[in-house]
Structure formats: structure tokens, C-alpha cells
Design a protein around this ligand. Structure first.
Ligand SMILES: [Fe+2]
Length: 374
């Protein structure tokens, strides 16, 4: 028993018992028994002073009479239960108080003893009470340790979350840099294509601006817009394989020359898929940018919804930019004429919904602005 071990340990302080009873002879008997057993005993005949003594000392156990003239034992019990939840309290009662004894048990007394108190009963009850007290104290310590550990864990989680947030921001920054580099590379590639085709200077950048805006209006967002941006810059990538003399020929092209140029959409798709497999979606858009809405385009004669939306957007922007641009053999057409032409081919060559978005949102003004900056 822990209380017995403490009794035999020189360094452990004696356990203290607070005895409250208005009968002095009984207090003396209890004092004698308890002192002999190694307890430190504090006595009180009762009254309001009891509460001061409870507040100003620490006790391992309280033994209290139920029936006292000034302050009733039930009041003391109530005070100890509410203020010192780990101190057990044993109530003392005469034979006639049995109903009251049961009542105090219900109110939280550890046990009760009948007067006259027998030493054996007293010591057995005290032993049980002190074991109970030790368990309560240990339980409280464990609860406190648990709370402390919980707080430690919460603190750790907060610190880790903070670290992860910092890492996430770093990653986001790094991703931004990589994305920027990606766009720059694609731009360099687009300019390389333009360098080969003398008459399309600035075309890729104008296409990028028009396509991104059309894409937003068509309900694309996030990655879809990003892919469309790359595809608009690289849509004529395949022209890298087209004979420069044919590409820059002034005057009408022969059928063979037409077929030669028409291969650029397929070749661009192939170059990109083989070179950068991650850009497959971009490649598919590039491969379909000369498909017509009614299925009369090339290379696969796809129609309407079979054509990736990015390719349908590029086709609209491409036609507008090509018709408004100057060529060595002709001047660029006025915007109004080009819009009339776009309306004419809406539903055959071009996706009518995309054409509608272009016209309703006056995107020709956007193109003019970009052209001025080119
Ligand atoms: Fe093209």
C-alpha cells in the first residue's frame, strides 16, 4: 500500500489528517490512534474556523462528525467536495444518525464510521481512503500530463503547418519561375517560326492575346487557358519544315505547294508530341488548327465538337489576323470586311459560337491594340 510505504520512508512527510468533532474525548482517542500510526493530526472542535483551517493547511484526509452545534458536518462535506476534489472525507455518526449517514454518502463522503469508533475499523477505512486519494491525485497528474502533451502536440502541429506553408510558398515561387521560363522558351520558339515566314511578324503574339481572351469568354480557365496560350504561340510550329521559298512565295501557289504547306499542322503536332510528351494536349490543338467546323478542313476532316475547342478558337483568331494583315501581294482588309467574311464562314469553316463571342465582345479592337504594340 502506497500510504504504508510512505509511512516507512524517512524522507516522505507524514500524511496529515484533519479531525473535526465537537466531542473532545473522541478527538483525543482518534489523535492517539493516528499519531501512533505515524500520521500528523490536526484537530478542531468545529465551527466557522474549520473553513479557515481547511484553506490554510493541506490535508490527505478529513474525518468529520456529522452532528455538530455550529457548523453541520454536511456543510463541511459540501465545502471539501467542491474545493478539494482529491481529499476524501470520512463522516462520523451516532447510531441514531444512520439516515443522515446514508445521505452524506450520496453527497460524496468517502465512507462513514459509527461511534464509538473501533480502532480496526478506523484504520481499515483510513487505508482505503488514502489509496483512493492517491489514485485521485495520480489521475489528476495524468490528466495534467495529458493536457501538457496535447498542447505540445498542438504546438508541434502549428510549427509543422507553418513550415509547410513556407515550403508551399517557396514551391509556388519556384513553379512561377519555371512557368515563366516555359513561356519564354515557347516565345523563343514562336519567334523562330516567324523568322522563317517573313510576312507573319508579330502574328504569334497577336494570336496569343486574341486566343487567351476568346478562351476566357468561351469558359476555359486555369490549365486550359495555359495550354491554349502555348498552342496559340506554337500553332504554326510545323512551318519549320516547310520550304522557305514556298512559304515566302509572292503570288498564287500551285496545288503541290498548297499540299506542302498544309502538312505544317500535322508536322507541328508530331514535333511537339515526340519532343515534349507532356505537351500532348497542346500538340493535339496544333494538329487540328486547320480543321473546319463542317469537316472540310485538314488533315483529319474533323468536324464541330470533334475539333478541340482550343483549335476552333485558334482558327477564328488565325483567320481574322491573316485577313487583316498586309501581304506583299495585297493590303490587309478593313476590319469591317473581315468581320462580314467571318460571319459568312461561321458554321462552315469556323465555329459559329466562337465567331459570335469574337464579334459581340469586339475583339478586333484588342487585335488592333496588340498590333500597335508589336
Ligand atoms: Fe497554320
Amino acid at each position: 500500500m502506497e500510504w504504508q510505504q510512505k509511512k516507512g520512508t524517512m524522507s516522505a512527510p507524514a500524511r496529515s489528517v484533519f479531525v473535526i468533532d465537537d466531542e473532545e474525548p473522541l478527538r483525543k482517542v482518534l489523535n492517539t490512534h493516528l499519531t501512533k500510526e505515524g500520521f500528523r493530526v490536526i484537530q478542531s472542535p468545529g465551527g466557522a474556523k474549520v473553513f479557515d483551517l481547511l484553506r490554510t493547511n493541506s490535508y490527505d484526509l478529513v474525518i468529520c462528525d456529522i452532528k455538530m452545534p455550529e457548523v453541520d458536518g454536511a456543510e463541511v462535506l459540501d465545502y471539501v467536495r467542491t474545493q478539494f476534489d482529491t481529499i476524501p472525507i470520512i463522516m462520523l455518526t451516532g447510531f441514531t444518525d444512520i439516515a443522515v449517514a446514508i445521505d452524506v454518502m450520496k453527497k460524496g463522503a468517502f465512507d462513514y464510521l459509527m461511534k464509538p469508533v473501533r480502532k480496526d475499523d478506523l484504520m481499515a477505512t483510513i487505508r482505503r481512503a488514502l489509496v483512493h486519494r492517491d489514485l485521485l491525485v495520480r489521475n489528476k497528474e495524468l490528466e495534467a500530463e495529458n493536457r501538457e502533451y496535447q498542447q505540445f502536440l498542438e504546438q508541434k502541429v502549428r510549427e509543422r503547418t507553418k513550415e509547410l506553408n513556407v515550403k508551399a510558398m517557396e514551391l509556388e515561387g519556384a513553379y512561377g519561375i519555371l512557368k515563366n521560363m516555359n513561356v519564354q522558351f515557347v516565345n523563343v520558339l514562336a519567334e523562330t517560326i516567324e523568322a522563317k515566314d517573313h510576312y507573319t511578324r508579330g502574328h504569334c503574339n497577336r494570336m496569343r492575346v486574341l486566343c487567351v481572351e476568346l478562351g476566357r469568354l468561351a469558359g476555359l480557365h486555369g490549365e486550359e487557358i495555359e495550354l491554349l496560350e502555348y498552342a496559340s504561340l506554337l500553332h504554326d510550329l510545323g512551318k519549320i519544315s516547310v520550304n522557305e521559298a514556298v512559304l515566302n512565295k509572292e503570288g498564287p501557289l500551285s496545288d503541290d505547294e498548297h499540299r506542302h504547306i498544309q502538312r505544317h499542322s500535322e508536322i507541328g503536332e508530331k514535333i511537339l508530341i515526340e519532343g515534349i510528351p507532356l505537351m500532348e494536349s497542346v500538340a493535339r490543338i496544333i494538329g487540328a488548327h486547320h480543321e473546319n467546323y463542317d469537316g472540310s478542313g485538314y488533315p483529319r476532316q474533323l468536324k464541330a465538337g470533334e475539333i478541340p475547342v482550343g483549335a476552333r478558337i485558334i482558327a477564328v483568331a488565325d483567320l481574322f489576323d491573316a485577313m487583316t494583315s498586309d501581304r506583299p501581294y495585297r493590303k490587309g482588309l478593313p476590319t469591317g470586311d473581315v468581320i462580314i467574311e467571318m460571319e459568312k464562314v461561321a458554321g462552315t469553316q469556323l465555329d459559329p459560337e466562337i465567331v459570335r463571342l469574337f464579334i459581340d465582345h469586339r475583339l478586333h479592337l484588342l487585335n488592333g491594340g496588340v498590333r500597335a504594340n508589336a
